[in-house]
Design a protein around this ligand. Sequence first.
Ligand code: 2PG
Ligand code: MG
Length: 399
Amino acid sequence: MTRITSVALRRVLDSRGNPTVEADVLTESGGFGRAAAPSGASTGEYEAIELPPTEAIAAARRHAVPRLVDEVHAGNQREVDATLRAADGSENFSEIGANSAVAISMAAAKAGADVLGAPLYQHLGGAFRGDNFPTPLGNVIGGGEHAKEATNIQEFLAAPVGAPSVSEAVFANAKVHARASEILDERGVPAAKGDEGAWAPPVSDAEAFEIMGEAVSDVEDELGFEIGFGLDIAASEMFEDGVYHYGDETKTTDEQIDYVAEMVDEYDLVYVEDPLDENDYEGFAELTERVGDRTLICGDDLFVTNVDRLQDGIDVGAANSILIKPNQIGTLTDAFDAVELASRNGMDAVISHRSGETEDATIAHLAVATDAPFIKTGTVQGERTAKLNELIRIADDAV
Ligand SMILES: O=C(O)[C@@H](CO)OP(=O)(O)O
Ligand SMILES: [Mg+2]
């Protein structure tokens, strides 16, 4: 019933105006799934390879599509993804592109769910998945690789940890975003928006901490539940010649660890992603040892959703959570394996968008299917609200 009868690939626009790969998968009994690959700007050195979409599509048509059509079942995700891996033949999808692979992998999952008549999160998570909803981490102020002339730290993320429902959490983040805009206005700071819709003001990181703290506590008072905040430092992007660059200032690794640990305590940060360079497992381990009992230290560029890199991290105690981005590794199977390895080792798996996105909402389902404590998927803008609104629909049983 779920045997794949066709895989169509095309170039579509992403939110930055760049082309990306979209896949349509059809099955024997009329199941249909469509999905598109996202794309990063602050990409990790060890991510699977994103090829120019035209090349990725041509290579996937040549190598993967003939192995999938009439051969493989969309309802059997491991079979689909193993076929993509075999068709590619490399470690990192350098032949067909992780962008083609992830689009096909996600489209097949949707086609499989369609045949079964089940929502995607149910198909992926099964009958015995947990029944929690992820707390959305909402990008409110940012800079780094996502906006010029803004903060050095890439993302200041609202985290409505006390929200009674996913819907209230989503709206709380939107309120923090709006409140941050008012505070910037009061301070006479003009702010454009970065790639993910966060305000990208020309302020120091210290001022951004203050503004975030104020915005979060104002909205917390108004709504009456706890709202914290967190960061994606994206430190690999700052790390050059052995030091971290904050504009004209630099920090050594020890200074970086001290700085992050101080910020965790000063602002009660609930989440800190990529506080150190992607090769610095020891630095991660030291920081986790210091503050890991009171905040999540999350590896994004460090782990790149890769079980081998995650195992290396587990061995030395680097981080207590992992960011999961299916396009970093190329298939849903690989992403699920990383979630499973993390949870077997007492680590949290946080599901994430990329800075270049489409209206594809697969990650909302992935977060619910895997019982993720957090999903990082922006605050406003259509390609971000696509996922947030899908979470609301899932909670409302309306997908
Ligand atoms: O660093 C990150 O976590 C992501 C998403 O916020 O950014 P990018 O997609 O540019 O890697
Ligand atoms: Mg990151």
